[in-house]
Design a protein around this ligand. Structure first.
Ligand code: ZN
Length: 443
């Protein structure tokens, strides 16, 4: 039987009215103390919050609140309904090994997915003004052998296309006979935004601020609630696929709260992909899922409104490596040599308006003082230069464009040594904790 998955799901159903028992921070920290020294060489360094994440980025931001007013944040907090925690009897890493017996049918969206089969289902997110249902595909592969259920979601922001293609490639390449557990993919969560080429819902709300949602709330809250209860609640782990926003592109990277051991397992499974430690913002799918006991990470790759093949392939390879690492797939590719973990990052912003041209590219290694780009006033021809305040790696940048002062232009993942040295750059609100993790400012 699907010991791992079924237990979780049935446990969730059985206790839907119980109040949320959020896994204790102390418990996480204790586990991390055991886990991290063996897993991440940088674990002993002070881990701090990204002080300013800028974009999707704001998804993880603890400072830049201009896109989410305190009202929104408070509202999102109220939407956090009592969702029972997944009872993690078995760490995610051991789920396949521990699963016993035969795989069982997966019940999803009123359909029964038999072991060894793949299906395309339809999820009704909401209705149009005229009452016509807005539906979007859900792809499911139920393996022949038992194991956990991994979920992929994409286009929660409707203009982020790379994840859509990643979900398609991953789901259509899996052979059910070779799969232990199940994989569920929702290629286009925000179908209304997708149709309009927009990040947002028709009412300009950002869907990724309303999870886990509310059946009686705003349009966004209702859509979020439907996705969360009808699909996400069936997952044992979740990968939410994103890109940069507003003409910014991200080096393929995993955003993860490394205080959670099962989240650490996920990040390690991807192989060669940069990891940025970040505590999720309330209302994001990543936050809501993890809080409900479903370890979740965000994968950022590329920028919005374009299909970028290199980024798509990078993401697909990472996800397939994860399926292999978790023991869910027997073959496919394996990608060794993990990339560094960045416990801190910083956006370099424009101080002048004008034409921004980059001198670096995604993935460039930079030293403190290196020229990152120039901003030229189109009228006066006056030119200013942007320099890197840190040594590190360019993990996100704005595409060449016209900018205003304050525009976040270059996202630098900061090397651990620099974090230790440049303590002055760390927000004063952040104080080291005994567990080695430096908690960010409250969100
Ligand atoms: Zn996004």
């Amino acid at each position: 039987m699907r010991l791992y998955g079924v237990f979780f799901v049935s446990n969730m159903r059985a206790s839907t009215r119980q109040s949320l028992t959020s896994p204790g921070i102390c418990q996480y920290l204790a586990c991390l103390l055991l886990l991290l020294p063996a897993s991440h060489a940088l674990a002993s360094e002070a881990a701090v919050e990204p002080s300013d994440n800028g974009t999707d980025i704001r998804e993880d931001s603890t400072v830049d609140t201009d896109s989410r007013s305190s009202e929104t944040t408070a509202a999102a907090e109220q939407l956090v309904e009592p969702v029972p925690a997944h009872e993690h009897l078995v760490p995610l890493a051991d789920a396949v090994i521990t699963a016993e017996g035969q795989a069982e049918p997966l019940i999803l969206l009123d359909n029964e997915i038999l072991p060894g089969t793949a299906h395309r289902l339809s999820w009704n997110a909401t209705e149009l003004f005229e009452g016509v249902p807005v539906s979007t595909p859900v792809l499911v592969v139920n393996g022949t052998s038992p194991g956990p259920t991994l979920c992929l979601t994409a286009a929660v922001h409707g203009d982020e296309l790379n994840g859509i293609e990643m979900v398609r490639r991953v789901l259509h390449e899996i052979e059910p006979q070779k799969l232990s557990g199940a994989v569920i993919g929702v290629p286009i969560v925000n179908v209304q935004g997708f149709r309009r080429g927009s990040r947002y819902l028709p009412d300009r709300r950002d869907l990724n601020r309303y999870f886990p949602g509310n059946p009686n709330g705003s349009a966004a809250a209702r859509i979020a609630h439907a996705l969360f209860t009808e699909v996400v609640a069936h997952c044992d782990a979740l990968i939410d696929l994103h890109t940069g926003s507003f003409e910014r592109a991200n080096l393929p990277q995993i955003r993860a709260d490394l205080r959670n051991p099962d989240v650490v397992t996920l990040t390690q499974g991807f192989g060669s992909m940069v990891v940025l430690h970040s505590k999720p913002t309330i209302g994001t799918l990543r936050h809501a899922a993890t809080r409900a006991g479903i370890p979740a990470v965000t994968v950022e790759a590329g920028g919005p409104s374009q299909l970028e093949l290199a980024e798509v392939k990078h993401g697909v390879k990472g996800i397939e490596t994860l399926l292999t690492t978790l023991g869910m797939l027997r073959k496919i590719r394996f990608w060794g040599d993990p990339e560094p973990v960045y416990y801190r990052s910083s956006w370099v912003r424009a101080d002048n308006g004008g034409i921004l041209l980059a001198n670096v590219s995604l993935g460039s290694t930079v030293r403190k003082g290196d020229l990152l780009g120039t901003i030229t006033d189109p009228m006066s021809n006056a030119r200013t230069e942007l320099y890197s305040p840190y040594s590190g790696r360019i993990i996100g940048l704005a595409r060449n464009q016209v900018v205003m002062p304050g525009f976040a232009a270059f996202h630098v993942g900061i090397e651990a040594n620099d974090v230790a040295v440049q303590d002055d750059a760390v927000d004063v609100a952040q104080k080291p904790t005994p567990g080695g993790y430096v908690d960010g400012m409250s969100e």
